[in-house]
Design a protein around this ligand. Structure first.
Ligand SMILES: [Ca+2]
Ligand SMILES: [Ca+2]
Length: 280
């Protein structure tokens, strides 16, 4: 290899952006509630539950996110749901669901990158798996409605129907001082049985919210989300003049230059920094 081609090869390696690592957003049950309105023959009952769980995301630039990857999510209802609908002397319908969860079906196979426009993103055709048990009992009029649809008047069913495709999963992403906040607004109105839409509907609505501090990656000394040649000058500045670094990169952290992770920023960080640049 000639010297020129060696330099060219090295430059192409150095120019390749190293993407940020995925991070886990814990869902805050105190700020996350879903409402479930069940309507049968135009009578409705609503119950709600806080939501817990996690979402695993990746952003191309945590400080100013423009692109998002969805790596995983797993949401659980904290409480079980109970519905009771009465048609007076005509009949009644009671239903309970327990241990409800919805999760991304293919963790390890991320979706994206999708654009974040004015803080808003969406994913379509998201594969999901649901868990939980449904128990219901119908007396009188609703029993007749169920039987007309070929269903039993009382039954217990698993909500695990294998991998299904959700229409859309979207929300907003905001980032302030590297604290990333995910807000997902859910509003889904679906027939209880697509084959018999006149039977009734389930309307799921609410908000799922979580925040997490995302530390900058080691070597990303200019905090633009990538470790590349543009981090060389800030790295050198961090090494020789920490005060000048702090004023030049006020939104960044000098710990990004601690590439050997010993808590100090000094000459021993040079070799690991070069390894990060070259993908070693
Ligand atoms: Ca950088
Ligand atoms: Ca160090």
């Amino acid at each position: 290899m000639t010297r020129l081609s060696t330099v060219a090869a090295l430059c192409s390696v150095l120019a390749a952006p190293v993407l940020a690592a995925p991070f886990v957003v814990p869902i805050d049950p105190a700020q996350s509630t879903l409402n479930f309105q069940l309507c049968i023959s135009e009578s409705c009952s609503t119950d709600s539950s806080p939501v817990a769980g996690t979402a695993t995301l990746e952003l191309a630039n945590v400080s100013d996110p423009q692109q998002i990857w969805l790596h995983d999510f797993d949401f659980q209802l904290v409480e079980n749901l109970h519905w009771y609908i009465s048609w007076s002397f005509l009949g009644s319908f009671t239903a309970d669901v327990t241990d409800v969860a919805i999760a991304y079906a293919y963790p390890g196979t991320p979706l994206g990158p999708n654009p974040i426009t004015s803080g808003t993103f969406s994913f379509t055709g998201v594969p999901v798996e649901t868990e939980g048990m449904l128990t219901y009992s119908a007396v009188g009029l609703p029993c007749t409605v169920l039987q007309a649809a070929g269903l039993l008047c009382s039954d217990t069913q698993s909500l695990d129907q294998g991998t299904q495709t959700a229409d859309t999963l979207g929300g907003t992403i905001t980032s302030a001082s590297r604290v990333v906040t995910l807000v997902t607004n859910i509003d889904i109105l679906a027939p209880l049985d697509p084959a018999y839409p006149e039977m009734g509907t389930l309307h799921v609505s609410g908000t799922v919210r979580g925040s997490v501090y995302v530390p900058p990656a080691a070597g990303d000394t200019n905090c633009d989300g990538a470790v590349n040649v543009f981090d060389i000058d800030p790295f050198v500045l961090a090494l020789v003049d920490s005060a000048a670094y702090a004023s030049a990169f006020p939104a960044c952290e000098i710990s990004t230059a601690d590439t050997n992770g010993d808590g100090e920023v000094n000459v021993f960080d040079i070799d690991p920094f070069v390894l990060l640049l070259t993908g070693g």
